[in-house]
Ligand binder design. Structure first.
Ligand code: ACO
Length: 329
């Protein structure tokens, strides 16, 4: 017996209520709506409540995805949460999500950190596990509380990110829908360009009682900008070539929502009109691992992704990680 054909059966998303506009930010740091919008395409982002957790946002997105798939928590036997902002260093945020949803105890639950490419890494992992025939339905979730790892005095980073969650249910294909391919990559040599330089085991917390600065993202934005374009173009070209799909056959490209200028250059390099790209970063900023599934859910609900369509996902993130995926609906 061959591997089961696996497809995305449902999508869901969640965005916190609080909206932080560029004008709001200009009251906190030395910036302006004009600078942020012209450099990034972002107008506003959502910010989670102080006591709102990544797992709660993930569970809200997952409930919507389950409803969309016509399934319940009892059908799920695998949860993967892609996040770089877990509720706690341990246990896994996926276990909290399991508890929030009431997913049965026989489900495998774990987190995966590939920063902004995390959703594609989780999608490929879940696809492989379901393809083995040993799991039937997976929740693949990207969820981030980026506001918890930002230095709100650093205008070069705090204006770019937002909070939110997106989820898909993966399971045995129904109709024409199916996963076509995923390609994942990493360039660890560039890890230092974008990182949270403390809060992990390296460097160890000083024994002399010195207090480390709160953990926050540091980034060499200009360098990342250039590398991200090359990586996303390569990832998109590779997967199209591998599956003999032309760019013109893609109904919708859902890119990682980091910067509109990056997306515009990729559209130009792939010789695709901007109308082929689904963009919602103006309203959410960069929500890291949540970015693609959040955009995907909006694209489906707005009719931008329809049954029979072929969709290309393409992402890059800290690591530096990057990747692409082709999905038929
Ligand atoms: N408001 C006003 N001025 C600012 C701001 C701000 N928020 N931020 C920086 N500036 C200033 C800089 O200090 C600099 O001033 P200077 O020329 O006097 O030194 C000037 O604006 C230009 O700064 P640049 O960094 O050259 O601006 P650039 O056009 O490169 O845009 C940006 C910066 C938006 C960060 C861009 O480089 C970018 O998007 N890079 C990619 C970053 C990214 O996507 N990171 C997420 C990765 S995904 C993940 O895994 C988390």
């Amino acid at each position: 017996m061959g591997s089961p054909v696996i497809a995305i059966l449902g999508t869901g998303s969640y965005a916190p209520e609080k909206i932080l506009t560029n004008d709001d930010l200009s009251k906190i740091v030395d910036t302006s709506d004009e600078w942020i919008f012209s450099r990034s395409g972002i107008r506003e982002r959502r910010i989670a409540g102080e006591n709102e957790t990544t797992s709660q946002m993930a569970a809200s997105a997952a409930r919507a995805a389950l409803a969309d798939a016509g399934l319940t928590a009892a059908d799920i036997d695998l949860i993967i949460v892609a996040t770089m902002t877990p509720d706690l260093p341990m246990p896994a945020t996926a276990c909290f999500v399991q508890s929030h949803l009431g997913v049965p105890t026989h489900a495998a639950c774990f987190d995966l950190n590939a920063a902004c490419s995390g959703f594609l890494y989780a999608l490929d992992t879940a696809w492989a596990m379901l393809g083995s025939g040993r799991y039937r339905h997976a929740l693949v979730i990207g969820a981030e509380k980026m506001s918890s790892v930002l230095d709100w005095t650093d205008r070069t980073t705090c204006v770019l990110f937002g909070d939110g969650a997106g989820a898909v249910v993966l399971g045995p294909a129904r109709g024409t829908a199916q996963m076509i391919g995923v390609k994942l990559y990493a360039e660890g040599a560039h890890a230092g360009l974008l990182c949270i330089p403390n809060g992990g085991s390296n460097p160890p917390v000083p024994a002399n009682g010195t207090v480390l600065a709160p953990r926050a993202i540091t980034m060499k934005g200009r360098e990342i900008f250039k590398i991200a374009i090359r990586e996303m173009e390569d990832a998109a070209r590779d997967i199209l070539e591998q599956h003999q799909v032309s760019a013109a056959q893609i109904n919708c490209v859902i890119p990682h929502q980091a910067n509109l200028r990056i997306i515009e250059v990729i559209a130009q390099y792939l010789e695709l009109p901007m109308e082929s790209f689904f963009v919602n970063l103006d309203r959410y900023g960069n929500t890291s691992a949540a970015s693609i599934p959040l955009a995907l859910d909006e694209a489906r609900r707005s009719g931008r992704v329809k049954p029979g369509d072929t969709t290309l996902f393409v992402a890059f993130g800290a690591g530096l990680t990057y990747g692409s995926a082709l999905v038929r609906w």
